[in-house]
Design a protein. Structure first.
Length: 120
């Protein structure tokens, strides 16, 4: 590889890495991804790598059949603007559940994702 091609490749890779840093990414969750719980959780919490805009961020919970389940309104933790919290408003029976999340960072970058957990 020529020196110029190597330099261009390095610049392109570093610009992609810098772009990814500017997005709010999950750093912790409760229940954790792939957790197996003995009882229904009382809330869903996801901590992100940066502060969020509450109005445009949220959590949804679905059962194994894809039905929306009872979550209260998503809100930022008053002690941590990086943490999105939603109360589970109905008792979850045994089964698999998927948390769908969307997050808009203070810098207006938006991302979304999902993860699953089980209740025994």
């Amino acid at each position: 590889m020529t020196r110029l091609a190597s330099l261009l490749l390095s610049l392109a890779a570093s610009s992609l890495a810098t772009a990814a840093i500017g997005h709010p990414l999950p750093t912790a969750a409760s229940p954790a991804p792939n957790a197996v719980l003995a009882a229904s959780p009382s809330e869903i919490r996801i901590t992100f790598s940066e502060g969020l805009v509450a109005r445009f961020s949220g959590l949804m919970l679905k059962d194994a059949a894809g039905h929306d389940l009872g979550l209260g309104p998503s809100a930022l933790d008053p002690n941590d603007r990086n943490r999105l919290v939603a109360p589970v408003t109905s008792r979850l029976g045994p089964g698999s559940y998927t948390v769908n999340w969307r997050a808009v960072g203070d810098d207006t970058h938006h991302v979304s994702g999902h993860y699953s957990f089980q209740v025994r």
